[in-house]
Write a protein that binds this ligand. Structure first.
Ligand code: SAH
Length: 224
């Protein structure tokens, strides 16, 4: 019991330190920082890596996937400019951490994962943490979620070779999509796409170079 108390105390201190570090790295968006402060990242990382839950690094989860670096989670969340009223679509549930962060500052989060066991585990965590405004599905996220579209915001947490057309079609006017897209020389650029009113054009801006696991096609039941 004392052991558990000590590790919890340590993790709480580490979480507070991480928030200060993110501020120092230029993350100003108060709601993004608050959402990270209220999300226990240790629940989403493998038990053996718990003591590293608040290191500012990406960590491996199962099936060769990763939970993103906190700075990138904060940056992507901040660029979504959430007020709490938005319906957000996430492609790449992974551990569920980014969806949990978004759940605190969105009306509803729709999240799609292609690897079944990851989705099952993420759903279990949402329940355990009493997060009730996240809806998930097992599917190929490149097609978006037509029945729930259009979305105020779309966030893609795996690297695409190009911007998926179906996703572009599922953003509302004045909506925002944040997505890592492969560049010409092996790099990956985090892009922010905004539809201007009337949808006459999508404005695309590069934010920063990133390294996400690839956006793949089809579902994987995890039994192969
Ligand atoms: N947001 C996650 C990071 C996940 S890593 C987190 O916070 O932990 C990226 C995830 O995208 C992986 O779990 C991978 O299986 C998933 N993915 C890759 N291609 C996909 C696709 N076409 N549709 C849905 N999910 C996909």
């Amino acid at each position: 019991m004392i052991e558990t108390d000590n590790i919890n105390q340590y993790l709480m201190e580490q979480r507070a330190r991480l928030i200060m570090l993110l501020r120092g790295m230029g993350i100003r968006d108060k709601s993004a920082l608050a959402a990270i402060e209220h999300t226990p990242r240790e629940a989403f990382v493998p038990a053996a890596l718990r003591q590293h839950a608040y290191d500012n690094v990406s960590l491996p989860i199962r099936y060769g996937q990763t939970i993103s670096q906190p700075f990138i989670v904060a940056l992507m969340t901040a660029h979504l400019s959430l007020t709490g009223k938005e319906r957000v679509l996430e492609i790449g549930t992974g551990s569920g951490y980014q969806a949990a962060v978004l759940s605190h500052i969105s009306r509803r989060v729709y999240t799609i994962e292609r690897i079944r066991p990851l989705l099952v585990e993420a759903d279990r965590l949402f329940k355990q943490l009493k997060i009730t405004n996240v809806t998930s599905r097992l599917a190929d996220g490149r097609f978006g979620w037509p029945e729930a579209a259009p979305f105020d915001r779309i966030i893609v947490t795996c690297g695409a070779s190009e911007i998926p057309l179906h996703l572009l079609e599922q953003i509302k006017d004045d909506g925002i999509m944040i997505i890592p897209v492969d560049g010409d020389s092996g790099e990956q650029k985090l892009k922010k796409i905004t539809w201007n009113a009337g949808r006459s054009e999508a404005v695309i801006k590069d934010i920063i170079d990133v390294r996400f696991v690839p956006l793949l096609s089809d579902i994987d039941n995890g039994d192969g």
